[in-house]
Design a protein around this ligand. Structure first.
Ligand SMILES: Cc1cc2nc3c(=O)[nH]c(=O)nc-3n(C[C@H](O)[C@H](O)[C@H](O)COP(=O)(O)OP(=O)(O)OC[C@H]3O[C@@H](n4cnc5c(N)ncnc54)[C@H](O)[C@@H]3O)c2cc1C
Length: 333
């Protein structure tokens, strides 16, 4: 690990004034310190925002819910209002990583964590996400990689919270050192590797993520998230799904279906959504949504098993969101 200076900040203003000359923000530090210990990043300065009280907690407004980025995954998963009205988010945060990590990890850091591709995470491999020409995953070990939406880099979106927040049509507020603020939707937050392989999000080096804003769900909304992994816990998803259903009685008026570990950035499945909209939610419609969720997928040499896993993840999460079954005992977390 390299030598670095540490700026301890207790206000947003103080943190923003420190964001220069290669300084990097540290929230819980779970992802950032891993990257530094693995030798893939050597920032000269860390700006510790962990103790900025104004960036923590949740606030209900007329429009919906505002969540401070330093709110931990554990706090979100146990929050009564989130459990009742934004189930997809409490499911996603409550089943990410492990209880210990969820106590430390912040939701802002979770959204901004880097991909887990083992070639990217190893200092021994200089891949395109480090500004070089080559991707080792195409001809290498690619069992955890993407099956959709990739060209130059098939690493997958790691954030469970992003899968939920995309389903809820959330936005993030970014505040710059010049104190200007901008709102960015969850989909637009992420830069696809084909556009710029070394830039993972649209956040500039002098910007802080200062709030997450979720619109109030329409009446009759139900939602859920489930993650499937190789291990029961202590690991990222190999297939996951988020489902938001706006119901009119037993008919689905509008559906949003999201997936994380299928592609380099979180995605919505228009095909799965169309399979549910205007129809009653039943075993049959849920299965149909699962089947079409992998429409157009192009598995790599070692991950065609995901063509079976994603349909199951979507099918079971549709039924869970609709209240037609309990949480799948074989789901991870
Ligand atoms: C064994 C294991 C299993 C895991 N399983 C899962 C899983 O199933 N699902 C899942 O989603 N995650 C999983 N994780 C990842 C973990 O949840 C994230 O590493 C964690 O949420 C990151 O949050 P943090 O607060 O520690 O972020 P940090 O490490 O502090 O920051 C992460 C990145 O975000 C930037 N950053 C943080 N906050 C801000 C801000 N407010 N403004 C601007 N930039 C900011 C930092 O500069 C850094 O680049 C797992 C991790 C481990 C170790």
């Amino acid at each position: 690990m390299n030598r670095f200076t540490l700026a301890e900040c207790t206000s947003v203003d103080a943190a923003l004034s420190q964001l220069q000359d290669g300084a990097v923000v540290k929230a819980g530090g779970v992802d950032l310190l891993d990257r530094m210990k693995d030798g893939i990043e050597t920032p000269p300065k860390l700006v510790n925002i962990r103790n900025i009280a104004e960036l923590r907690g949740t606030r209900e407004t007329e429009q919906g819910l505002t969540i401070g980025p330093l709110t931990t995954l554990a706090e979100i998963s146990s929050h009564p209002l989130i459990r009742e009205r934004y189930q997809i988010l409490s499911d996603a945060c409550g089943h990410a990583a492990t209880p210990h990590i969820r106590n430390m990890a912040t939701v802002g850091g979770n959204l901004l964590q880097r991909v887990q591709c083992w070639y990217y995470r190893s200092a021994d491999f200089q891949c395109i996400r480090k500004g070089k020409e080559f991707c080792f995953a195409f001809d290498g070990l690619n069992q955890y990689h993407a099956i959709m939406d990739y060209t130059s880099c098939p690493s997958v979106a790691p954030s469970s919270a992003a899968v939920a927040l995309l389903g809820l049509n959330a936005s993030v507020q970014l505040t710059s050192a010049k104190r200007s603020k901008r709102m960015v939707g969850i989909q637009e937050l992420y830069v696809v590797p084909d556009a710029n392989p070394t830039k993972f999000t649209v956040i500039e080096p002098d910007e802080l993520l200062t709030a997450i804003i979720i619109p109030r769900p329409a009446a009759g909304t139900r939602s859920a998230y489930q993650k499937y992994g190789e291990k029961e816990s202590f690991d990222w998803a190999i297939a996951d799904a988020g489902v938001v259903l706006e119901m009119d009685g037993s008919t689905c008026r509008r559906a949003v279906v999201t997936m994380g570990a299928a592609s380099p950035v979180v995605r919505r499945s228009a095909e799965a959504e169309a399979a549910l909209q205007g129809k009653p939610i039943t075993e049959e419609t849920a299965r149909a949504a699962g089947r079409v969720a992998v429409h157009g997928a192009r598995p790599l040499s070692m991950n065609s098993y995901k063509l079976d896993m994603f349909p199951v993840a979507v099918y079971r999460t549709v039924l869970l969101a609709a209240g037609l079954c309990g949480r799948d005992p074989s789901a991870a977390g």
